[in-house]
Design a protein around this ligand. Structure first.
Ligand SMILES: [Zn+2]
Length: 456
């Protein structure tokens, strides 16, 4: 299914004008015919071949360009007819037919009856060809998911990890989980075609490794991407985990597709991912969206980054647990005190339970943190002017009141510099957005780079 990416195709793709491709293809084909005829007349056969071969390679590249465009359009549109392919690509019906037939024969595309039509058929990508693995590493756990080429999550498994074990041991755990996923999906092709990884740290995207991660000893410049590439003999893309979440949301949510969105992950820490015109904005050093370490005025809480007053040192999940534990230890909150006495520590689920019990102390603490987050994000909205802010991460499980407080603070801060269609929502993909986003980053990059175009 994979072939090498054609350099010539790549440079033509950058023209991004399908009409030009069609003209190019027709023109080159005609040139080739005329050129070979002309050379046949004047030159002996070996010379004809010497010049004809490079010309043939150029027209072959144009054929690959047609295949690349067809795959990209079918994948983008999910289902499309041959006539629509011709109209959207600018390629002639005969070029579309020849190349679609080739892709049907190779099992890359499938044909299905068009809804409500007897004879007309539409094309879809064959979703049973192999797996794309999405991996999301978090503070103390790792989610591994297997997706098909359309980004549908087939199976997901979460494992507990301890960064003290080091990256080699954690990659081994991940490999065992991938193997278990493959075993459980035996009824389909389970060859791994690509892997996407989201790391909870700044990332060098080109190098495929973390850069100065805050709580991952041994991971600085550890070659996650190259190691997995070698192990699975497939392309691997590594990015910051909030970037992959933002990408997954922007690509799979119909209402946000192609729009600028700001994704905020609210977990132990706080981070943002920015999508600009359908692409991840990574910044100059790969540290864009590091909003957890932006300073909240008037606050002096010590942050693990070494600075004081950082947003996540005030409103992140770890900070909230720390404050709740203090309430328990100082006997200011009987419910939390009892939980700590029973199991020795607190989890976010305990705060959630306190909220459910209408514990006013915890409700107020969580509400204040929501307001702090919302005000900070509102300032970013004024600067960035996105279509939407999408919230993800386990703090969203605090419930509607928490999310509403964030929404209100964002809108208050950003008004009047937002349009009426601006919205703030929680991701509909829940906890799976990390693995789905990582897999989608991989699939989308491969599709758009033409990695599915065969060499021959
Ligand atoms: Zn900080």
């Amino acid at each position: 299914m994979f072939g090498s990416f054609k350099r010539v195709v790549s440079s033509l793709v950058q023209l991004q004008h399908k009409g030009v491709f069609f003209i190019c293809q027709t023109f080159l084909f005609d040139c080739r015919t005329l050129f070979v005829s002309y050379m046949s007349f004047y030159l002996p056969t070996p010379a004809v071949l010497q010049y004809a071969e490079p010309m043939k390679r150029i027209t072959d590249c144009c054929s690959n360009l047609a295949i690349h465009t067809i795959i990209q359009l079918v994948w983008n549109e999910k289902t499309i007819t041959r006539a629509e392919l011709s109209r959207l690509s600018g390629f002639s019906r005969s070029t579309i037919t020849a190349n679609v037939d080739k892709l049907l024969e190779d099992g890359i595309l499938l044909e299905q009856p068009l809804e409500g039509q007897d004879k007309r058929k539409s094309l879809i990508i064959n979703q049973n060809r192999g797996l794309f693995i999405g991996i999301e590493l978090d503070a103390d756990c790792c989610a591994v998911g297997a997706c098909d080429i359309m980004g549908n999550l087939l199976k997901e498994q979460c494992i507990t990890i301890d960064y003290v074990d080091g990256p080699d041991a954690i990659l081994k755990q991940i490999s065992q989980t991938i193997k278990a996923l493959q075993e459980s999906l035996k009824e389909r092709e389970t060859a791994i075609l690509g892997i996407g990884v989201g790391l909870p740290s700044p990332v060098d995207f080109a190098g495929g490794y973390a850069v100065h991660p805050a709580f991952m000893p041994g991971w600085h410049h550890y070659p996650v991407g190259p190691k997995l590439e070698k192990l699975y003999a497939c392309p691997v893309f590594v990015d910051n985990e909030v970037n992959t979440m933002a990408f997954g949301e922007a690509f799979l949510s119909e209402q946000y597709r192609g729009k600028d969105i700001l994704f905020i992950k609210l977990g132990a820490g706080i981070g943002a991912g920015m999508i600009v015109q359908g692409s991840i904005y990574r910044g100059n050093s790969g540290m864009s969206g590091n909003i957890g370490h932006m300073r909240v005025d008037g606050n002096t809480q010590q942050c693990k980054c070494g600075k004081v007053g950082c947003l996540e040192a005030i409103a992140g999940g770890s900070a909230l647990l720390k404050r709740a534990e203090l309430l328990a230890h100082t006997k200011q909150n009987p419910f939390l005190q009892k939980v700590v006495e029973e199991k020795g520590y607190l989890q976010l689920s305990d705060l959630k339970e306190a909220i459910r019990r209408r514990d006013s102390q915890i409700i107020q603490m969580v509400d204040e943190s929501a307001h702090t987050i919302g005000s900070m994000v509102g300032s970013l909205v004024v600067f960035y002017d996105p279509k939407a802010v999408v919230l993800g991460g386990n703090l969203c499980e605090f419930g509607l009141q928490y999310v509403d407080s964030i929404r209100r603070a964002i809108i208050t801060e950003a008004t009047p510099w937002i349009k009426s269609d601006f919205d703030v929502n929680v991701t509909k993909f829940g906890d799976s957005i990390g693995v789905i986003g990582s897999a989608m980053l991989c699939i989308s990059t491969l599709i758009h780079n033409g990695a599915f175009v065969n060499e021959e």
